[in-house]
Design a protein around this ligand. Structure first.
Ligand code: ACO
Length: 357
């Protein structure tokens, strides 16, 4: 018995921007971007909100709309849990998960957001699986506790809104999009076979996106500072926006290649499996070269990895579930296959899980 994936879906905004179009913004070219990253184009949300993208991916995963893959249609009342993995929620309050719960009209679901950067979906599925396993085990004395039998896990991002479009070392990498998966505790299925989550220090701030709360605070060490010039504080901050991703590309590259191969090795060890048992690996897609490095470290053929970075770019928490839906659509995953999902990202976070399809 276990936590089985019963549906997945994805969504990309309508506007697709080719590499060469970015030449109008920064000193770059198609050849540099393709050779260094494997990215040819990315999608940018103009009208679509993060919630809009998440809704589209979720509807496919629930079997409500065409696209993605769904073993069956899941009714709104059946969903007990929504986890929304993102670093670019439309609002701080309410949570993106609460908004999605209301948009989809899921009356029985508890809902919360999760920030594990690009590893978000792997973290989200792991948390959901743990809640399901605890519910199924019927922990003594837990009468009245929320029972979690089915969960909707979404990774959705509008990275275009935290990208500095004048900075060529980052702006060519990112895109917008969403992916979603539906999980069900099923007595007759193996489902998730192993999980492995890691957090480690990023002492130099290799991946950073500050959250600036701009309300002036009228307090001093002595207490309330009635003379604080709130307007002056605001004026100083205006025109100095800091809410954009900054990145030390090479430090992140080194961390990513190591973390990815370590996470795959660890999760397969946990599950008593080897790479030969695995039919497909869906990695976080930050850069195709990172995947090639990790594959080499693992002594694993690139054929085993499912990539769709070429026309999506790096979509952070959306990348793994979008890749997963893409792999199902491409017919790469069949019932009984063992599939590995692996992510790495800001924090630093990293992690992997293996499940039986
Ligand atoms: N177009 C043209 N030239 C560029 C561009 C660009 N867009 N960006 C940088 N360059 C130049 C640099 O200025 C540098 O020029 P110089 O030699 O004259 O100084 C040259 O290209 C080489 O720059 P490097 O930074 O050394 O290039 P590198 O081969 O390391 O590739 C890259 C850069 C692609 C960012 C790489 O470090 C990388 O992929 N890092 C991983 C980071 C990542 O993917 N992060 C995603 C977010 S985090 C996540 O998802 C986990």
């Amino acid at each position: 018995m276990g936590c089985a994936l019963i549906g997945c879906g994805k969504a990309l905004p309508a506007l697709e921007v080719q590499n060469d179009e970015l030449k109008a913004l920064v000193d770059t070219n198609n050849e540099w971007i393709v050779t260094r990253t494997g990215i040819e184009s990315r999608h940018i949300a103009l009208e679509e909100t993060n919630l809009d993208l998440a809704e589209r991916a979720a509807r496919e995963a629930l079997g409500w709309d065409e696209g993605g893959w769904a073993a069956r249609r899941v009714e709104p009342e059946e969903i007990d849990l929504v986890i929304f993995c993102t670093i670019t929620a439309d609002h701080l309050v309410p949570s993106a998960a609460s908004e999605l719960r209301m948009r989809l009209d899921l009356p029985n679901a508890i809902a919360f957001d999760l920030n594990a950067a690009c590893t978000g979906f792997v973290y989200g599925v792991t948390v959901a699986e743990s809640l399901m396993a605890a519910s199924a085990a019927g922990v003594p004395g837990a009468a009245g506790r929320n029972k979690v039998r089915r969960a909707l896990i979404v990774g959705s991002e509008r990275l275009s809104r935290i990208t500095d479009w004048a900075e060529r070392s980052t702006c060519v990498l990112f895109g917008d999009g969403a992916g979603a998966g539906v999980l069900e505790w099923n007595e007759g299925r193996a489902g998730v076979l192993g999980t492995h989550l890691v957090n480690e220090d990023d002492p130099t701030g290799a991946l950073l996106c500050p959250l600036e709360f701009d309300m002036p605070v009228p307090f001093a060490a002595s207490g309330v500072d009635a003379g604080a010039d709130a307007e002056a504080v605001l004026r100083e901050r205006a025109g100095n926006p800091k809410q954009a991703i900054t990145m030390n590309g090479q430090a992140v590259f080194k961390f990513a290649a190591r973390a990815m191969s370590d996470a795959v090795t660890a999760v397969l060890d946990n599950a008593g499996l080897t790479l030969d048992d695995v039919a497909c690996i869906v990695p976080h897609q930050a850069n195709e070269r990172i995947v090639r490095f990790a594959a080499k470290k693992l002594d694993c053929s690139m054929e085993k990895f499912h990539l769709c970075i070429a026309h999506a770019g790096n979509t952070s928490a959306a990348s793994v579930p979008m890749g997963l839906a893409d792999a199902y659509e491409a017919g790469r995953i069949k019932p009984g296959d063992k599939v590995v999902l692996v992510g790495f990202g800001g924090g630093f976070t990293s992690g992997a899980l293996v499940y039986e399809a």
